[in-house]
Design a protein around this ligand. Sequence first.
Ligand SMILES: [Zn+2]
Length: 270
Amino acid sequence: MLRSILFLAAAGVVIFFLWRRFGPKTVDTRHERSPALPSPGADLSNVVARDVRLWAHLPQSLKDTLLSRVREFIERIPFEGAHGFEVTDDMRIVIAAQACIVTLGHDDYPFDDLHGITLHPDEFVVEESEEDEETGVVTEGYRAISGQSQGSDRIVLSWRDVADSQTRHEGYNVVIHEVTHFLEHSHPGGDRAARAALEAAYESLCDAVDRGEETLLDPYGAEDLTEFLAVAAEFFFERPADLRERHPTLYVLLRDSFRLDPATWQATSS
Ligand SMILES: [Zn+2]
């Protein structure tokens, strides 16, 4: 599921290389602010049930918690459309719902430090520099990505990729990915044993990728430990039964961290 992205080197040399959709922490510019609150009467539960695939899998008690948390999220977090992109109430609800699903196992609202969400209509270009580990040569350039988490301050998303992840079942979810980055920044935790288990799972993915094996987890997770955690979180929520079967230790680690057990959730029609 890697996507080929055009990378423009500063020297004018055009290099093609493979890169997944998510990027490092850089700063985007020029946003247009959307209204802070959804219009009166916006029907949260209808939008969530219609547009958020994970909704059907949630136990009823978590559905109730989710709706109140989504309400709080969209009341407190300003959304901005980049370059005049119009952010609708439905878009805010869909993004808020997925962000809040990640938090359902914890009692506290964890987004106090999140100052806003910026939404682009599609993939967006960021400037970056990359250092070759062996030669030390730094290449400056631009890269198109679908999401980024800027520390514990702002999450930037491509709406097309948010919508895409609702129609796919490949373990891909850009909102869950970026929210996991945000939470890792704003709520660092985990004891030494958990850290060691996470590192072991990461090393095992790196080895499998090096050997050219087919992996359940997106090989982008071999990028570094932070990306591994974000990719693993996507699979934990999107394909929990597969993750539990193929990587039981990693599944238990995430289950204890998120305090949720999505492999036991059963899809219902309501
Ligand atoms: Zn990432």
